[in-house]
Ligand binder design. Structure first.
Ligand code: CO
Length: 178
């Protein structure tokens, strides 16, 4: 496994549409393993393949609804993910590992069901609520070349950031989506 460099918002790759994964092979597994390591290292909630410069439809999301699991076990791998159902609404702060230090208010569904394939090509469905639902939407947007800032009603000011996150680093990690 290896850490991969996370592209920043000025990189054109982030605005391209990623292609479907067709081969569930060792190359995909290495990509997903590296993405896992990179996400855990960055202490984020999700990461999309285009963020590490690979224009393929693969994302990983931390299932924050399952706190009984270790961080590694909480990671859900979604290959060729499609949102099949949404419910409710939430409005809150969202950030991105490609846009460090910037948070915007984004409206998302409260509950999101995704149909995807695992790394071996088996189809499955998973439902996430709250932050996990937000992360599903955010990461799938990356696959279509979209960054959360496009959907933000406004960007938080430094004063608001201070108020929200203050000097508590852990809280910061809880509330950010990548
Ligand atoms: Co992001």
């Amino acid at each position: 496994m290896a850490l991969r460099y996370i592209l920043k918002e000025d990189d054109k790759q982030l605005y391209k549409v990623s292609r479907e994964v067709k081969n569930f092979d060792g190359r995909l597994h290495t990509l997903l393993d590296d993405m896992r390591e990179t996400l855990l290292d960055a202490d984020g909630v999700g990461l999309a393949a285009p963020q590490v410069g690979v224009l393929r439809r693969a994302v990983i999301v931390v299932d924050t609804n399952r706190e009984e699991l270790s961080p590694e076990e909480q990671i859900i791998e979604l290959v060729n993910p499609v949102i099949v159902a949404v419910e409710g609404e939430q409005e809150g702060a969202e950030g991105c590992l490609s846009v460090p230090g910037v948070y915007g208010i984004v409206k998302r569904p409260e509950k999101v069901t995704v149909r995807a394939f695992d790394r071996f090509g088996n189809e499955f469905e998973v439902t996430g609520e709250g932050l996990t639902a937000r992360a599903f939407c955010h990461e799938i947007d990356h696959l279509d070349g979209h960054i959360f800032k496009e959907f933000a009603s406004r960007i938080l000011t430094p004063e608001e950031l201070d108020e929200m996150y203050g000097d508590d680093e852990d809280e910061n990690a809880e509330d950010s989506v990548e």
